[in-house]
Design a protein around this ligand. Structure first.
Ligand SMILES: C[S@@+](CC[C@H](N)C(=O)[O-])C[C@H]1O[C@@H](n2cnc3c(N)ncnc32)[C@H](O)[C@@H]1O
Length: 173
């Protein structure tokens, strides 16, 4: 194999890995750093609570939330192997973080006290079914950018110059 073929194969594998999510629930588009504080505020995690970031990308938001909530347990689910690796590396020194290379549709969320999703609205109907069957009524659901149509959020924050973030409880669904 020559160098060019090798490089082509490696770059194709990288692109394929990064694009995995686009075929499932959303391509990788990180939440803006200036919005992280608003998400943390909506989540309002308490000591001992379990939080899932569903589709955690490269884990930068998760690392921030873990720093802000040292006594909570934070789990990042990510379908792309490369992004899951990047998230594991980013959070490697944070004992309260676990990264799972997993497909959200095959991962149960029964123990979640709070979840954050920034995924495409086309998957919301399926996501709502999953939330209704797996989340306990008090579980907080924070959603980035697009609201759950037909459901009333308990709170909404819109950082200046950014997109809105919505807080629901599973019991609202
Ligand atoms: C819009 S990005 C959001 C990334 C991160 N949550 C953030 O806010 O910075 C969506 C992420 O979800 C991941 N994803 C897409 N489908 C998924 C699935 N079925 N299971 C787990 N992760 C998935 C993508 O790979 C991507 O990293």
């Amino acid at each position: 194999m020559d160098l060019l073929t090798g490089l082509t194969i490696v770059s194709s594998l990288i692109l394929l890995s990064l694009a995995t999510g686009a075929w499932s629930a959303a391509p990788w588009v990180p939440t803006r750093q200036r919005d992280w504080a608003a998400i943390n505020q909506l989540l309002d995690l308490q000591p001992g609570q379990i939080f899932y970031e569903i589709g955690c990308g490269h884990g930068h938001l998760l690392a921030y939330l873990a720093r802000k909530n040292p006594d909570s347990r934070l789990i990042g689910l990510e379908i792309s192997p490369l992004l899951a690796l990047a998230a594991a590396w980013k959070t490697r020194r944070q004992a309260n973080v676990t990264i799972r290379w997993a497909n959200l549709w095959h991962y149960r969320l029964d123990d979640a006290d709070a979840v954050y999703v920034f995924l495409l609205p086309k998957i919301y109907p399926q996501l709502i079914k999953k939330f209704k069957s797996q989340l306990s009524p008090a579980t907080k659901i924070v959603i980035g950018d697009w609201p759950l149509a037909g459901y009333q959020p308990q709170r909404k924050l819109r950082p200046v110059g950014s997109v809105p973030y919505y807080l629901y409880r599973a019991s609202d669904l």
